[in-house]
Write a protein that binds this ligand. Structure first.
Ligand code: SD4
Length: 310
């Protein structure tokens, strides 16, 4: 059964368009690129692609990745400057048998050689945000959004996963998070399922979280149990070392099209296309027993989120 899922409310329009593509028989990768590029191209969203969050030195350094669950090929770009779409470059890189993970100037050079345009990703809005930031603000996941991550399965059972982000606001020059790291920020195997993460990359990477979720699915866990177990396990492991885990949120899809999301924060939002209910934006919260529950994000919530963003 065809289905797509993506992190954060900002992916809603992309998921709507991807849903249309999927019901019209388009392939997984096409739908996946549609979701992520819709977010990348929308300058209202300040944590992805052009207009993304600058690093400590005022540069917008972008991370992104694409993985094909049929043959496990993937491409990734890290700390790439002056190119508007990390997902498009990562998608192109996945066809290479080697040199498919490129960082910094190498990623930019590859993109330019392959027909991508040079652009200034530091928009006026991004620059203003940078100038307002102070050294004393904590380095943390950006409230309410961050990385766009998506997973798609098409009617043939082909799974793809992708991510795109400007990473943590005010990160060090050259800092790379989980999003372009295979197994941490993303993983997909069409024989099993796929997962993607968002939040504090340094913590997510400690648990190779996306790979862990897929491996739990392979062992026979259902999708809800796999996401919850992987996150709780990592949070617990860090706790035993005296470390309080920072924001960690995940989405996952199994090879039958079942989906789940799980998070250690409240108000993580994600978008899902549902056969019966259409495209929905769901918010994660906790009930009185501490169990995770989903609720529909209403229009007022969406409006206030968007206002915050701009
Ligand atoms: C990173 N995981 O660079 C990304 C950013 C993010 O919520 O998703 N923050 O660490």
């Amino acid at each position: 059964m065809a289905r797509c899922i993506a992190t954060w409310l900002m992916a809603e329009q992309g998921v709507r368009k991807a849903h249309e593509l999927l019901i019209n028989g388009h392939a997984s990768a096409e739908a996946l690129l549609k979701i992520i590029q819709e977010v990348e191209n929308d300058e209202r969203f300040v944590s992805v692609a052009r207009g993304g969050l600058p690093n400590r030195d005022g540069y917008v350094q972008l991370d992104g990745a694409f993985m094909d669950g049929n043959d496990l090929r993937f491409g990734a770009v890290m700390a790439m400057e002056d190119i508007a779409s990390p997902i498009a470059v990562a998608y192109k890189l996945k066809d290479r048998d080697a040199n498919n993970i490129l960082a910094g100037i190498g990623a930019k050079e590859y993109a330019l050689k392959n027909g991508f345009e040079e652009v200034n990703n530091l928009t006026d809005k991004a620059k203003k945000r940078y100038l307002e930031k102070t050294e004393n603000d904590p380095l943390k996941a950006y409230d309410g959004h961050d990385t766009v991550g998506a997973i798609v399965i098409d009617d043939s059972g082909h799974m793809t996963v992708g991510t795109s982000t400007s990473g943590l606001f005010y990160k060090d020059n050259g800092r790379i998070g989980d999003s372009p790291l295979i197994g941490s920020g993303f993983y997909a195997d069409s024989e099993v399922g796929g997962a993607a993460a968002t939040g504090m990359g340094e913590d997510i990477a400690k648990g190779c979280l996306s790979y862990r979720i897929v491996e739990l699915l392979r062992e026979g866990f259902n999708i809800n149990k796999a996401t919850k177990t992987a996150v709780d396990e990592l949070v617990g492991r860090l706790e035993r070392s005296g470390i309080k885990a920072r924001d960690i949120s995940v989405i996952a899809l199994d090879r039958f099209g079942n989906y789940a999301a799980y998070s250690n924060i409240t108000d993580f939002t994600f978008c899902i296309d549902d056969d019966e209910k259409g495209v929905r934006v769901l918010r994660l919260g906790f009930d009185e027993n501490g169990d995770q529950v989903y609720s529909e994000a209403d229009e007022a919530f969406k409006r206030s989120w968007l206002e915050n963003e701009s």
